[in-house]
Design a protein around this ligand. Structure first.
Ligand code: VAH
Length: 316
């Protein structure tokens, strides 16, 4: 049985649905620190738990109650919110992960938890960033991502806990809005393009970042968790990407469907500094070689699908 933490977040909400389709609804327990209003029915569903991962006892009780053998740990504070509240980012991202790994060691669970392109900093080679390279991030989120990668590898080497992870780029999706990241502009631009035919970006022109469409992000979790462990040279965490673009490029892709779309800028210095400290493009050859990573969506096919699905969601 699988426990998903952070199951109401941008990735968690869709990954829970995908895992239930793949492994059966009763085999995937969703959990979140709080219930969003209007979701009270989740409690009675029997496959949802209110769980704060910084409470190790609560986590252990849930894992034992449901006989969990795989923990997909997504509960975290993202980059921009993490800079506003570094203490909370450290507490949730580090103590939460420590609890997950300790319970996994005690209850013999495997663990999937994502890292991020945020695990790299200014001194990392920015173009075609290697799988193995210097990692000195300058955000609290990035510090917790590098420490998290090292902690997950430690639990694998020292205790044999089966830990695996990917370094996600920005993830674009239409189901659930992202919760306070730096790459969020690439999600909001689609909503505004449909609603106002105009978007004001908080990330500057020319700022390239790696991105991925949600279906590919979800496939990566299942492919890596199902991968033959004897083929894994790396574990925490694999570079994966599907595309790399700057705001003008996503605007041009949108204009193929909304010709009059306008993009202007009101750069947020905090999130711009974070974006500039991250890679422009990742080398994801290790993931391709070791477990067959192969994304399906590029900027054009993602834009086409995003606009189609958002039109329905926004009732346009
Ligand atoms: C963020 N979307 O912006 C997350 C992610 C690579 C970016 O970690 O913080």
């Amino acid at each position: 049985k699988i426990l998903v933490t952070g199951a109401l977040g941008q990735i968690g909400s869709e990954l829970t649905m995908r895992l239930r389709k793949e492994y059966g609804a009763d085999n995937v327990i969703a959990s979140s620190r709080r219930i969003k209003e209007g979701h009270e029915e989740l409690i009675e569903s029997g496959v949802f738990e209110v769980l704060d991962v910084v409470d190790g006892k609560q986590l252990s009780d849930v894992v034992r109650k449901h006989k969990i053998n795989t923990i997909v740990h997504l509960a975290a504070v993202l980059s921009a919110v993490g800079e506003q509240n570094p203490a909370m980012a450290w507490d949730v991202n580090m103590n939460g992960l420590y609890n997950v790994l300790e319970v996994a060691r005690e209850e013999n669970c495997s663990v999937f938890t994502p890292s991020s392109i945020a695990a790299f900093g200014d001194s990392t080679p920015k173009d075609n960033t290697p799988q193995d390279t210097i990692q000195r991030p300058t955000t609290m989120y990035g510090v917790t991502k590098v420490a998290g990668e090292l902690l997950c590898d430690y639990y694998y080497h020292k205790y044999g806990v089966d830990t695996r992870g990917v370094r996600y780029p920005g993830i674009i999706s239409y189901e659930t809005l992202p919760g306070g990241g730096t790459t969020d502009y690439a999600v909001h631009i689609y909503y505004d393009a449909l609603k106002y035919k105009k978007y004001t970006s908080f990330i500057a022109k020319g700022t390239k970042m790696d991105m991925m469409y949600m279906p590919d992000a979800l496939d990566a979790v299942i492919q890596l968790m199902e991968a033959d462990p004897s083929k894994l040279i790396h574990r925490n965490a694999f570079n994966i990407t599907a595309m790399s673009f700057e705001p003008e490029e996503i605007a041009a892709a949108i204009r193929k469907y909304i010709p009059e779309f306008e993009l202007d800028y009101d750069v947020d210095p905090v999130r711009q500094a974070i974006a500039e400290s991250w890679p422009n493009s990742l080398d994801d050859s290790a993931a391709r070689e070791e477990w067959g990573w192969n994304p399906k969506y590029d900027l054009d096919s993602m834009t086409n699908d995003m606009l189609e699905k958002l039109k329905v969601k926004l009732g346009l």
